[in-house]
Design a protein around this ligand. Structure first.
Ligand code: NAP
Ligand code: G4F
Length: 351
C-alpha cells in the first residue's frame, strides 16, 4: 500500500515541489489550502500536479481544521510547511506571525498527538533563527538569536517540535532551511523580485528596480533539492534536526549583478536603493554548514549560486515573452500589484 503524506501549505513554493517529489515516490498526497476569494493553485498547475493531489481546506488559526486535516488524510508523514513566510510582513503583522507561524505548529502537533502519535512530523524551521548572532557558518550547534517577529515565531515552532519529540516520543524533526529559491518563489522575496524585474526591463516592460539593503548576505540554494531533504529527514531511524544549505554566501548586490548580466544588462543603469525597502532589523550574514545532513542523509546541494540565478532569470524571461505573444498559463506576475501601490507601516519608520 502506498504511503500517505499531508503537506500543510501545499500552494506555496516548497509545498508544490514537495507534492511533485512525493507523487513521484508513489505517495498518496494530501495538502491543506486556505479558502481565499480567488483560488491560488498556480504552482501546482504549473508543475502539472494539481489533478493528482487531494486538497483539504484548513487554516493554521483554526485548530479544529488542523484536527480535521489529520483525520481526513490519516497520514504516515506530515510536512508542516504552512506559515506566513515573508520576514518583511512579520514586522507589519507581528501578532499574525506569532499566531500563524508560531502557535500554528502547536495546533498541528496537538492534532498529531491526539489522533495518531506515530505520525512522523517535519517542521520547516529557518536560518532566520540565527539572526545576527554568528560571524561563522551556522550549524545545528550555533546559538539562535532571532531578529524579526517571523524568526521569533519560528524559534517557538522549533522548540515546540523538539518538546513534542522529547516529551511525547513523536518522530518530530526540524529542517533548518537556509534560503532556497526557484521560478516558483513568491514575488515579494528579493531573488524573484530581481529576476522578474530583469526580465521586464530586458523586454522594455519596465525601466527601473528599487531595492533595500544590498549588503545582506544569504546562502541561496535551489528549492527542488531542499524538498528532497525534507523527505530524507523523515526516513531516518531516529528523529533529529538538520541544517540544509549550500555553505556559500553572496550579497544581494552579487545576485543583482549576476541576474542583470544573464540578460546582458548593466545593473547600475537600472537599480536604485530606496529606504522603504529596509527592515527595522535585518539579518546581515547567513551561511549554512550542512555537514551533518551530508553525513547522515547523504544530501548535498548540486545547483549553486550562478546556475540558480540563470535558471530564475531565464524562466522569467520566457514567461514574459510568452505573455507578450498572448499566451496564457498558470503564473503569478501579471496579477501582482506594483510595490508603489502598497502602503506599509515600515515605510513610515523614522531612521
Ligand atoms: P510560501 O511560498 O510563502 O508558502 C507558504 C504556505 O503557507 C502557502 O501555501 C500559504 O498559503 C500557507 N499559509 C500561510 N498562512 C497560512 C494560514 N494561516 N493557514 C494555512 N496556511 C497558510 O513559503 P515557502 O517558501 O514554500 O516556505 C515553506 C516553509 O518553509 C515556510 O514555513 C517557510 O517559513 C519555511 N522556510 C522557507 C525558506 C525559503 O527560503 N523558502 C527558508 C526557511 C524556511 P496561501 O497560498 O494561501 O498563501
Ligand atoms: O528575500 P528575502 O525577503 O528573504 P529573507 O528575509 O532572507 O527570508 C527568506 O529566507 C528565510 C531563511 O533564511 C526564510 F525563513 C523566510 O521564510 C524567507 O524565505 O530578503 C533577503 C534579503 C534581506 O536582507 C532583505 O533586507 O534581501 C534584502 N532586500 C533588499 N532589498 C530585500 C529587498 N528583500 C526584499 N524582500 N525586497 C527588497 O526590495
Amino acid at each position: 500500500m502506498s504511503k500517505k503524506a499531508l503537506i500543510t501549505g501545499i500552494t506555496g513554493q516548497d509545498g508544490a515541489y514537495l507534492a511533485q517529489f512525493l507523487l513521484d515516490k508513489g505517495y498518496e498526497v494530501y495538502g491543506t489550502y486556505r479558502r481565499l476569494s480567488t483560488p491560488n493553485f498556480w504552482r501546482l498547475q504549473y508543475l502539472g500536479v494539481f489533478e493528482e493531489v487531494n486538497l483539504i481546506p484548513a487554516d493554521l488559526l483554526d485548530a479544529s481544521s488542523m484536527l480535521e486535516a489529520i483525520k481526513i488524510s490519516q497520514p504516515d508523514e506530515v510536512y508542516h510547511l504552512a506559515a506566513q513566510s515573508f520576514v518583511g510582513a512579520s514586522f507589519e503583522q507581528p501578532v499574525g506571525a506569532g499566531e500563524i507561524t508560531g502557535l500554528g505548529v502547536t495546533r498541528i502537533l496537538e492534532a498529531v498527538r491526539e489522533i495518531n502519535p506515530n505520525i512522523k512530523f517535519y517542521q520547516a524551521s529557518s536560518s532566520e533563527l540565527y539572526g545576527n548572532g554568528s560571524l561563522e557558518p551556522q550549524s545545528e550547534a550555533t546559538p539562535f538569536c532571532p531578529a524579526s517577529p517571523y524568526a521569533a515565531a519560528k524559534l517557538y515552532g522549533y522548540w515546540t517540535t523538539k518538546i513534542y519529540r522529547e516529551g511525547y516520543g513523536i518522530f518530530a524533526c526540524n529542517g533548518i532551511l537556509f534560503n532556497h529559491e526557484s521560478p516558483l518563489r513568491g514575488l515579494e522575496f528579493v531573488t524573484r523580485k530581481i529576476t522578474n524585474a530583469v526580465a521586464k526591463i530586458a523586454l522594455g516592460l519596465e525601466k527601473e528596480l528599487k531595492l533595500g539593503n544590498l549588503e545582506a548576505k544569504r546562502d541561496w540554494g535551489y528549492a527542488p533539492e531542499y524538498v528532497e531533504s525534507m523527505w530524507l529527514i523523515l526516513q531516518q531511524e531516529e528523529p533529529d534536526d538538520y541544517v540544509i544549505a549550500t555553505n556559500e554566501t553572496h550579497t544581494v548586490q552579487e545576485f543583482i549583478e549576476k541576474a542583470f548580466a544573464v540578460a546582458d544588462l548593466e545593473w547600475k543603469n537600472y537599480v536604485s536603493v530606496n529606504e522603504k525597502f529596509f527592515r527595522p532589523l535585518d539579518v546581515h550574514y547567513l551561511q549554512g554548514d550542512f555537514s551533518k545532513a551530508n553525513k547522515m542523509l547523504c544530501w548535498e546541494p548540486k545547483v549553486k549560486f550562478d546556475t540558480l540565478v540563470e535558471i530564475m532569470v531565464k524562466e522569467d524571461l520566457q514567461r514574459w515573452q510568452k505573455w507578450l505573444k498572448g499566451e496564457r498559463f498558470p503564473w503569478d506576475a501579471p496579477n501582482y500589484p506594483s510595490e508603489n501601490k502598497i502602503l506599509s507601516r515600515m515605510w513610515r519608520l523614522e531612521r
